[in-house]
Design a protein around this ligand. Structure first.
Ligand SMILES: Nc1ncnc2c1ncn2[C@@H]1O[C@H](COP(=O)(O)OP(=O)(O)OP(=O)(O)O)[C@@H](O)[C@H]1O
Ligand SMILES: Nc1ncnc2c1ncn2[C@@H]1O[C@H](COP(=O)(O)OP(=O)(O)OP(=O)(O)O)[C@@H](O)[C@H]1O
Ligand SMILES: [Mg+2]
Ligand SMILES: [Mg+2]
Lengths: 223, 223
């Protein structure tokens, strides 16, 4: 499903270049369950953003679900993302003046799902993460862990083929964390490919493969 | 140092009231090292915001360093915070168009510290958290864990008497997390009072007292 060859990403800044990814080679098959780990600043989110077509590499190749992403326009990438990917952002990226329900419904709105179906699916996803009683709250009216769960619900709304989750339990207590991992486990059991960044061993243990990043490279890749 | 009596906070929303804190009674002495834990949505951040004078209670009393906060104007509360408190926010709250260095220097600017001293102190705090080579980056040019460390450095800049940290290691790998906790441990050993919210047992173990929140109340308080 995912194939990266010599994938690199350099951020060019006034003060000097940051080599965030240095020649990544990796293959991830459909249905895999991968944990991405490594020190702060080692390139995990940069890698996730490339795989999720939210960013473009400086060099190297990336093919996802048969699409060579380098050949696509921004609009085509957005449509591809909407169809294939569910993304839980490390910083949630919720729309601030929008209710939890409408935040979760956004991917469905983008794909043209009718209103009644959108609302029903968004409600279902919020209930799955235990926020059935917070649907009309705005993000600033939610706790940190509740905002994270809205971000998770939104990633699931469109029934993605590939779920990319960047530290999805970072703001959650252990009990809520287990509930979320149980959802991810059952999604993977039903065939969805999951790649999640985590720095928690307990969370990483749910995956069947662990990829460890260090200084923009893959240090270790174990199944 | 901190005394709360029957402290309550109700958020009034169109759809109904949220009783985030329900009659909290707690005393925290100078020099204590307290871990605040509990499920997502149980009131931890709400409590921290009240203690840090960032929010006002709906009812009950809160006295910090001898100041009855209810008697103070917003300007007086801001001056009090700047003098006494260092706050690491759950969502970091960094200024987006400002470098890491200037973000960290902000509390010193507010208190009138001269420019040369401000820069030197901010640089020192950033080096303490391992970001000496990221000083001129803006928040969007930093990884999640790097942003969190800038927030930590900023909380330490003014040498606060009371350090309030809301999930300070949430975005950090275990190694970086240990480095940060070592800083907190040494600050506490030098007399600074620390209250930190965490959902990680390993982090909570550094504290000498654990307070567990549930549904807006204190369920357990153990030393
Ligand atoms: N501004 C607000 N308006 C309305 N409700 C709010 C607001 N802020 C928080 N809440 C609600 O108050 C309750 C307590 O929130 P709080 O942020 O204190 O929880 P928390 O213990 O810090 O949770 P977490 O571990 O997820 O960060 C939550 O149920 C939340 O939905
Ligand atoms: N927009 C940007 N401009 C410049 N440098 C950047 C930018 N985004 C990230 N970086 C740098 O690239 C490196 C990798 O960042 P990345 O966000 O991928 O790390 P990460 O492994 O996700 O870290 P964390 O665990 O802290 O979230 C970091 O050193 C960071 O400072
Ligand atoms: Mg990251
Ligand atoms: Mg919180």
């Amino acid at each position: 499903l995912i194939q990266a060859r010599n994938l690199s990403r350099v951020y060019r800044l006034g003060g000097g270049d940051v080599h965030a990814l240095r020649g990544i080679d990796i293959d991830i098959d459909e249905g895999e369950y991968v944990a991405v780990m490594g020190a702060s600043g080692s390139g995990k989110s940069t890698f996730m953003n490339l795989v999720g077509a939210l960013d473009t590499p400086t060099s190297g190749e990336l093919t996802i679900a048969g699409e060579r992403l380098a050949d696509r326009s921004p609009d085509q990438l957005a449509a591809f993302r909407n169809r294939v990917v569910g993304f839980v952002f490390q910083q949630f990226n919720l729309l601030p003046r929008t209710t939890a329900l409408d935040n979760v419904a956004l991917p469905l709105l983008y794909r043209g799902t009718p209103a009644a179906r959108r609302q029903a699916r968004a409600r279902e996803c919020l209930e799955m993460v235990g926020l059935g009683d917070r649907m009309d709250h705005h993000p600033s009216q939610l706790s940190g862990g509740q905002q994270q769960r809205v971000a998770i619900a939104r990633a699931l709304a469109n029934e993605p083929r590939l779920l990319l989750a960047d530290e999805p339990t970072g703001a959650l207590d252990s009990r809520t964390s287990e509930d979320v991992m149980a959802i991810f486990d059952s999604l993977n059991a039903s065939g969805i490919t999951i790649m999640l960044v985590t720095h928690e061993e307990d969370v990483g243990a749910h995956a069947r493969r662990r990829v460890i990043f260090r200084d923009g490279r893959i240090l270790e890749d174990r199944s």
